[in-house]
Design a protein around this ligand. Structure first.
Ligand SMILES: N[C@@H](CCC(=O)N[C@@H](CS)C(=O)NCC(=O)O)C(=O)O
Length: 210
């Protein structure tokens, strides 16, 4: 049975799940969530996910939200991206760090800078968030010093979670040129067979609302 992922192109959190599905080789298809019309706040969507967030994975009777949980489900189903058994907690550490310090803050900053009407963009908040993000980018850059992958010697959910927002071109205070280790790592990920940019992997693109 084809796995369904409720998602949308602008969502880096969705991309973390979509990319793991895509690279795992599982049979899956995206289901568009019309986030910018508020679909995720509606009753039907809340019945799907009480947290009112994308992504949501549906595989038969199984329904999961939270990209990190979905990634773990894909690992349990395929044996891929979990890292060596002794690295299991290290992978989890990076997934939790990403959800707290990296993707959540990039997602918010990118939303404020790009998807809010120009006259509603709160510059003070954006400046504050960019300061926080600089620290997160530095953490990632340091971890990747002298290594190909965040944990162990192969791509794992640690990489699949942390890269989620960093392939997007909309400005959020990140320039790959400033972070050579992150830049090389993103190039390594995008060289994986089957890799696609978020806007090529999931429906929904800022140009749809232009
Ligand atoms: N930690 C969650 C974050 C999910 C999330 O915040 N998704 C955004 C879309 S990118 C969302 O649906 N936000 C709804 C809202 O904040 O109202 C995950 O990794 O799945």
């Amino acid at each position: 049975m084809t796995i369904k992922l409720h998602c949308f192109g602008e969502s880096g959190h969705s991309y973390k799940a979509a990319l793991a599905l895509q690279l795992s080789g599982l049979d899956w298809e995206p289901v568009f969530v019309d986030f910018f019309s508020g679909q995720h706040r509606g009753k039907d969507y809340r019945n799907l996910n009480v947290m009112a967030e994308a992504p949501v994975l549906v595989d038969g009777d199984i329904r999961l939200s939270q990209s990190g949980v979905i990634q773990q489900y894909i690992t349990d189903k395929t044996g891929k991206f979990g890292g060596k058994s002794e690295d299991k907690y290290e992978v989890l550490r990076w997934v939790l760090w990403d959800n707290h310090k990296l993707s959540s803050q990039v997602g918010m900053t990118r939303f404020l800078m790009n998807f809010l009407p120009e006259d509603k963009r709160p510059q003070e908040v954006i400046d504050f968030m960019q300061g926080r993000l600089k620290a997160a980018f530095a953490t990632l850059e340091n971890q990747l010093k002298g290594r190909d992958w965040l944990v162990g010697d192969a791509m794992s959910n640690a990489d699949l979670t942390c890269c989620g927002y960093l392939f997007y071109d909309e400005p959020f205070g990140f320039d790959r040129k400033d972070y050579p280790n992150i830049d090389a790592w993103l190039t390594r990920i995008s060289a994986m067979p089957g890799w696609k940019h978020p806007y090529d992997l999931m429906p929904g693109n800022p140009s749809d609302r232009a």
